[in-house]
Design a protein around this ligand. Structure first.
Ligand code: WQD
Length: 337
């Protein structure tokens, strides 16, 4: 029996694949390499010493999905495939709704056709949005999304919940906070196309001299040092949460929404200073205007993950800074594309 990881060559998916293999699961990956490269799969195999069956497939295609589900004994699906750039989603909303919703619906339908129950979904803390006071708990009324990317996550949650209500699907919807870091081997990590939108890849690229300086988007937020506060979580901890979600679904029917965060907030300046200290490298930075759509502070209550999955984040902000830099130093141009 295998676990199908859609988007398994991406930042999240590749780390999930490592943790599944380390936990002795067989892994099948489906990825169309729109925002990833096959090389990442080779690196996962190098880390684990195990083989992955890989399909260069688009999971919005019923035919491709049927082939994958027929050629393999799939036990459950971890659905990481999708577009994820917030700014791009504002410029190309229809593309985001089409790709993200079609891939999720087609995957769930294929699961139903082939009698596969377990669906783990890469959701996001962005679904809480403006409506909810921090810290976020899973029972808050989500749906305050500020961009189409966030709405696709919200809608896919709804779709998976309704599918679970038919009794044919079990779903664990994992709301990620801010995943950063990289596998400690430095063989896999985050490799954004073009200029990074997110903070840690930007810092790492400044650290290796690929960018001149970091712009900090606002220092007049109502936070202790005025810069935005987020719940950064090491991608390896996050990936382990997916393995536990798979285990959980062996014993439980229905659906659950679960935050994956540390429960601690870190400001932009704190993260920059931690990176400088841990890696002994300067990060030149300037303060600029606030970025539209940004919230002052976001962090999780992570109790439900502990209660249901037995999961807690173990790695620190220092570990995240060390591992992000290690990946970037060893791969200054990412996977080289
Ligand atoms: C973090 C903090 C910025 C860049 C987004 C999505 C979310 C998820 C993760 C993923 C904020 C500040 C950033 C920079 C800065 N999506 N910042 N200079 O916005 O919390 O979450 O990414 O696929 O859904 O919304 O993450 O890393 O962009 O920003 O000062 O160059 O860093 O203002 O306070 P965010 P981020």
């Amino acid at each position: 029996m295998s676990i199908l990881v859609t988007g398994g060559a991406g930042f999240l998916g590749s780390h999930v694949a490592v943790e599944l293999l380390e936990a002795d699961y067989d892994v099948v990956v489906a990825d169309n390499y729109v925002n990833s490269v096959p090389k990442a799969i080779g690196r996962v195999e190098e880390i684990t010493g195990k083989k992955i069956k890989t399909y260069g497939a688009d999971v919005s295609s019923d035919e491709e999905l049927d082939r994958i589900f027929t050629e393999n004994e799939i036990e459950a699906v971890i659905h990481c495939a999708g577009l994820k750039a917030v700014g791009e989603s504002v410029e190309k909303p229809l593309l985001y709704y089409k790709v993200n919703l079609e891939t999720a619906i087609a995957t769930l339908q294929a699961m139903e056709r082939h009698g596969v129950r377990g669906f783990v979904f890469s959701s996001s803390a962005t679904v809480y949005g403006e409506n909810c006071p921090v810290p976020y708990t899973e029972d808050m009324p989500a749906g305050g999304c500020t961009n189409p990317y966030g709405w696709t996550k919200y809608m896919i949650e709804r779709i998976a919940i309704d599918a679970a209500k038919t009794g044919k699907i079990d779903a664990v919807l994992l709301r990620y906070f801010n995943p950063i870091g990289a596998h400690p081997s430095g063989l896999i990590g985050e490799d954004p196309a073009g200029i990074p939108n997110n903070l840690m890849p930007y810092i790492s690229q400044v650290a290796v001299g690929r960018r001149e300086k970091l712009s900090i988007f606002g220092d007049d937020y109502p936070t202790p040092d005025g810069t935005g506060v987020r719940d950064y979580i090491h991608v390896v901890d996050l990936a382990k949460g997916h393995v536990l979600a798979i285990e959980y679904m062996k014993e439980h029917r229905g659906y659950e929404i679960i935050n994956l965060g540390t429960g601690r907030g870190t400001s932009v300046l704190e993260l920059v200073h931690a990176f400088e200290r841990v890696n002994n490298v300067p990060i030149p930075h300037v303060i600029t205007e606030r970025r539209a759509g940004d919230l002052a502070e976001v962090w999780a209550v992570a109790d439900k993950a502990r209660r249901l999955l037995g999961w807690t984040a173990e790695l620190t902000v220092e570990d995240m800074c060390r591992d992000s830099y290690n990946w970037q130093k060893k791969n200054p141009n990412g996977y080289g594309n």
